[in-house]
Design a protein around this ligand. Structure first.
Ligand code: NAD
Length: 351
């Protein structure tokens, strides 16, 4: 599969480009960034062609698919452009800025028949996959859950996560303006992981009742969430926690329960999962070690594309995890909007 990346900022350089080096059946052919300095620098480092707009890239090099890693506000238009040009799409989360845009994109996916996956890479973590499988196959109906996503205040200074990058000061200062509304930006960028993991492991959420609070610069969104299956749960999105931070899920079901602890994706460690079932009356803790969720996401995407294009049977056993579809992306954006709206009014809001 031939791939072009559009948007060569932090996540492209820190996560996707290094992961691509490990995936033998995807060949990167070109990179696009509207900053010529970033496009040329990244292209030179990765040995591919540089472009400053997607249209020229799609005319200039082979591409079966496009990986979209531009800021959220540009997701909808670039995804539509790539799909209408007959390319499959892997797009960073959140799918779009608004549910109206996501609905429109769902129509474009249906019209073009192309694959679109949202890059909620935690779905490809083997520990998260194991948790989902336990809920679906062994634990029975969900009674309740608690989910959390808390960024550590110390991660802000931990440049340890970010490799040396090719940057352009003009791009960085322009983006700061778009990220200045933290109440909106943090909910969208971090909440999109939280809600997708909840839906992936446990199932659909029909409505939420949310509260928001701020102390100094730190913010939290706490919700009570109703599952379509009948269970109920709570979510905690906190940016920043003055402590270790972390992400996870506890789920209590009719025939067992589980604890899931998800690690920072840059340390490439599979999530820890502990599963208790009434049938075995013991806690199972599958041994898992190295797992680069970004790499596994690319493998899953390549498999879906190859299957769609008739090149192979695809990942029929779900070894790499089941990527988020446009419908999943839309559901997450709806949940983010419901969280935002409910926190403003205190009322329950349908997702
Ligand atoms: N999955 C994850 O772990 C994760 C982590 C961080 C960010 N993200 C997501 O990735 C996306 C990008 O975030 P980032 O932090 O890398 O942003 P960034 O600002 O560092 O990089 C974005 C790049 O896109 C370029 N760009 C902007 N408009 C363009 C256009 N029209 N055509 C081509 N290039 C264009 C910019 O010049 C910039 O280099 C966001 O949607 C964000 O939510 C995901």
């Amino acid at each position: 599969m031939h791939l072009v990346i559009v948007g060569c900022g932090r996540i492209a350089q820190a996560a996707h480009l290094p992961a691509l080096e490990r995936v033998e059946n995807i060949q990167l052919t070109g990179v696009v960034d509207r900053s010529p300095a970033i496009a040329k620098g990244v292209a030179a480092r990765w040995g591919v062609e540089a472009f400053t707009d997607l249209e020229h890239a799609l005319q200039g090099v082979d591409a079966d698919a496009v990986l979209i890693t531009v800021p959220d506000r540009l997701h909808a238009s670039l995804a539509e452009q790539a799909l209408r040009a007959g390319r499959h799409v892997l797009i960073e989360k959140p799918l779009t800025n608004t549910s109206a845009e996501a609905r429109r994109l769902a129509e474009v996916v249906a019209e073009t028949g192309k694959i679109l996956r949202v890059a909620n890479m935690k779905r490809h973590d083997p520990g998260v996959i194991q948790a989902r499988r336990a809920v679906v196959e062994d634990l029975g109906p969900v009674l309740s859950f608690s989910a959390w996503y808390r960024n550590s205040a110390f991660s802000r200074s931990a440049e340890v996560f970010w490799p040396r990058m090719i940057t352009d000061p003009a791009v960085a200062s322009a983006e700061l303006g778009f990220k200045s509304d933290k109440r909106r930006y943090w909910l969208m960028t971090h909440g999109s992981h939280l809600w997708d993991t909840v839906r992936y492991v446990i199932g659909d959420v029909t409505d939420v009742r949310a509260r928001w609070s701020q102390v100094g610069e730190d913010m939290t969104w706490q919700t009570v969430a109703q599952l379509a299956s009948g269970g109920v749960g709570t979510t905690d999105l906190t940016i920043y926690e003055h402590g270790e931070g972390g992400e996870g899920l506890n789920v209590r079901c009719a025939h067992g329960s589980l604890h899931l602890r998800i690690y920072n994706p840059f340390i490439h460690r599979a999530a820890d999962v502990e599963i208790f079932t009434d049938a075995h009356r013991e806690i199972l803790r599958p041994a898992m070690t190295y797992a680069n969720a970004y790499e596994r996401q690319l493998r899953s995407f390549a498999s879906a594309v190859n299957q769609a294009d008739g090149n192979d049977a695809g990942d029929v056993d779900g070894l790499w995890g089941i990527g988020a579809t446009v419908a999943d992306g839309l559901a997450t954006v709806r949940l983010l909007e419901a969280t935002r709206d409910s926190a403003l009014t205190g009322e329950k809001v349908s997702a």
